[in-house]
Design a protein around this ligand. Structure first.
Ligand SMILES: [Zn+2]
Length: 448
């Protein structure tokens, strides 16, 4: 198996561009609703033609209700000398996300029940939310907390929580067929770089690149607030869910850890297998793990009523690194090379799905005589000819209308690309024909 992805100046500059996008979006105070999400989507519209949807508060979405919209202008805790000892303007993580407005004076003792810290990492500010229970609070480093003295504090959260909208972004790139590949990422975290913005950056650049490529599949990109956004989309678009043949949630794809793929609930779908194959080619340390109903929006896409073939690409799994949901998930925690490798993994994965076909050997009784057709010469140089010959023998042997090229690549332990290349050559020589019953299950044209 290969180790790291080969160096490419294009990928390096792509990594830098994605990193720059993360940096641009990093200061915005996002939440599951509100102007932070709108501003984020507006900035993405400079890169890709996203449609922005606004769903009114109070809309019933399955067992949930679209919440009231939250916006924040300022928040602080001032001591009696008038100094801001906790200041939202310095970090938007300082406010418990979705805090109700507050303006009051109180003792340190009263204030303490509204303060959150991570004692194990005394310099970091935790990220905490209270979306569905009215509350208010401040998050601060444990060091800052220990410095607070007995005093009367002025506590202000200049926020609003009222009827408005839930905002999400969507982009459909139509392909030759109506069958869709879904790419979903969350856009609801404030200044956290890996958790939300890495996925946003990779999804945006994938969309931009795919819009210029020929596509068999249609690609649907969703930039949505976590949980409630996926539930809202599924509730309002239930009739479209059947078109989703493959899907990928992108979350935490910018840290230094190895690529990791979380399988769909079904566990053995084409995207699960294509992802494992693609990741294995890119990174010998890549790993795959089984579905569990804990994580990001794959929980909704893989709920039993939908049970879609949606997996998740991440690097170090969330919750297993100390920086998770703290101020240490910052611009230093995400790396251009990691972003570009994650991007490459998606690209190879989609490229396998685009090219995966099932063929029939037109000469199934004993092996065809390849030499007289000049097939060895047609394909590749001499150093590679043994491997190419082996790939051809596998493709000819397993092309019985029951095995796709991906099945063959897996069974032969040969790269999908090599299997695909020999299949095309064999097809050009009339030794294979496409078996339509197993290829594109829904070949009607997408309406343009
Ligand atoms: Zn998160």
């Amino acid at each position: 198996m290969s180790t790291a992805a080969p160096y490419s100046p294009e990928l390096e500059s792509l990594g830098q561009s994605m990193h720059a996008l993360v940096a641009e979006l990093y200061p915005i105070c996002r939440s599951i609703t509100g102007d932070g999400v709108r501003e984020t989507l507006q900035r993405l519209q400079r890169l890709i033609p996203l449609t922005v949807h606004e769903v009114p508060s109070g809309t019933q979405v399955f067992d949930w209700t679209v919440p009231r919209e939250w916006n924040i202008r300022d928040a602080y805790v001032k001591n009696s000398r008038g100094e801001r000892v906790i200041d939202f303007k310095k970090s938007n993580l300082h406010v418990l996300n979705y805090s109700v407005p507050v303006q009051m004076r109180m003792s340190l003792e009263q204030l303490k029940s509204h303060l959150f810290t991570v004692p194990d990492h005394p310099d970091w500010i935790p990220y905490r939310t209270s979306y569905y229970k009215e509350a208010w609070g401040f998050c601060l480093s444990h060091k800052q907390f220990l410095e607070l003295s007995e005093d009367t504090y002025e506590v202000v959260i200049d926020a609003s929580l009222k009827d408005g909208h839930l905002t999400y972004g969507e982009l459909l790139l139509p392909g030759e067929t109506a069958d869709e590949i879904l790419i979903s990422c969350h856009v609801c975290h404030p200044s956290l770089a890996n958790d939300n913005l890495s996925g946003v950056a990779v999804a945006s650049f994938l969309a931009r690149n795919l819009s210029n490529l020929p596509r068999r599949f249609s690609y649907r990109f969703l930039f949505i607030p976590g949980t409630i956004g996926a539930i809202t989309w599924l509730a309002l678009n239930e009739s479209k869910a059947g078109n989703i043949k493959h899907g990928l949630v992108l979350a935490g794809v910018g840290d230094a850890g190895p690529l990791s793929y979380k399988k769909s609930r079904r566990g053995d779908t084409e995207i699960d297998r294509a992802a494992i194959h693609a990741l294995g080619q890119l990174d010998s340390k890549a790993n795959a793990f089984d579905f569990s109903p804990y994580g990001y929006d794959e929980r909704q896409y893989c709920s039993p009523g939908f049970n879609l073939a949606v997996g998740r690409l991440s690097r170090t799994p969330h919750g297993t690194f100390p920086e998770y949901h703290t101020s240490a998930d910052n611009m230093n925690f995400v790396h251009p090379n990691s972003l570009s490798e994650s991007y490459s993994a998606c690209q190879s994965l989609f490229s396998i799905l685009e090219r995966n076909r099932t063929y029939l050997n037109t000469n199934p009784k004993c092996e065809p005589q390849l030499g007289k057709r000049g097939l060895y010469r047609v394909i590749g140089g001499s150093a590679d000819s043994g491997a190419t010959e082996l790939a051809m023998l596998w493709v000819l042997n397993l092309s019985d209308g029951e095995h796709s090229l991906l099945d063959i690549a897996e069974r032969a332990r040969i790269k999908f690309d090599s299997i695909y290349q020999v299949a095309i050559a064999l097809q050009e020589h009339g030794l294979l024909t496409e078996s339509l019953q197993h290829s594109s299950p829904n070949p009607q044209k997408a309406s343009a």
